[in-house]
Write a protein that binds this ligand. Sequence first.
Ligand code: SR1
Ligand code: MG
Length: 423
Amino acid sequence: MTQKLPFEALTVETLSARLGANEALCSHIGTDAARWKVREVGDGNLNLVFIVEGDKGAAVVKQALPYVRLVGDSWPLPLKRSFFEYHALTRQEARAPGSVPAIHHFDEGQALIIMEYLSPHIILRRALIEGRQLPNIGRNIGLFMARTLFRGSDLSMVTKDRKADLALFADNVELCDITENLVFSDPYFDAKMNRHTSPQLDSLVAELRADRDLKVEAQRLKHLFAANAETLLHGDLHSGSIMVTDSETRMIDPEFAFYGPMAFDVGMLLANFWMAFFSQRGHEQEEKRDAMRAYLLDVTTETWSVFRAEFSHLWRTERTGMLYQKSLFEDQGDRLGAEQALDHVLHQIWDDLLGFAGIEIHRRILGLAHNADFETIADEDLRARCETKALKFGRHLAVNRRQIHSIDEVNNLAALIEQESRI
Ligand code: SR1
Ligand code: MG
């Protein structure tokens, strides 16, 4: 019987000795562990990430820590998030083949996943800050979201399997708790870990925290997030969770995966494109970023229209679950009924995603976990001007979303706010 070793965090110095006999790793990078080159590259908020290079190739070793890396050991966090990440990756690969890194090995006790090293991919957020226009991201991410969200729901799955899976992921309590607090509540009161660009944003922040309509909407969205176990979400689908080349797009880091509302992934993702849009002014040097701004709005349009088209295609061809059964519609010769129901479902996703997008924008500027789009703008006055525009846009999405009927309307609003010179 093999002895289960107690958890121990890897280091650059210990990794080769500890994983030198790991068959999966050796088969991908070579067996001569003494010659492996190890780098720690994790720049996320939670985990250790190593790139290990051997004679034959390279791999990524990702290990969870028993605490939140961003904050330190004063904030404990269970290692089981690695289990949820592993299981989410396997489901995403099955539902949207080729969209996530290949997994070579999972060790639950050590909370580590050995996976494909994506190269020459870079993090999407970094590419957008650099002003790179990637031609395929709208299409690739739209397809990923439609396929994973549709195929993980009662529109597609066998009910018994889905309920079992729902029970499995229901234990991802602590990561849901992070989202429930950091995204939906903390930004709207003076929570301990919050920060913002100060003093430039002080008065706007006070105004938003006193905004009753906004707080009610944020709590309605939190209610939806917590209570609508509709599909297996990625759960943290922002531009830092996506790796890209000009032609390839891969989603990473689904440790926040759980069963929640479809619109959450879509809204969070689009929010990150809109934040990239509002931050471009802060990254302009000699060269203007007008074309980049137009590109980012086009990407939101493409993402949403590919999502809609693929979701509709799956609705018509793969609707085998217990919801909106074909036996009630197509099998009765009522194809129009099925289309009417599809329209209703897409409309609900649209409405909710705008709300989630608004809240995601707020939390990245008012809460604990900021994003590099704004944070890398060194001139604080300029950063605050970019953030002010994004906050106003986010408030409009969260509170007035039922009056917004198309992605063009949203993007016109973004363009108008961006041009507003008084801010
Ligand atoms: C304490 S964790 C902060 C944030 O990092 C993750 O990437 C999630 O977005 C989370 O909200
Ligand atoms: Mg992450």
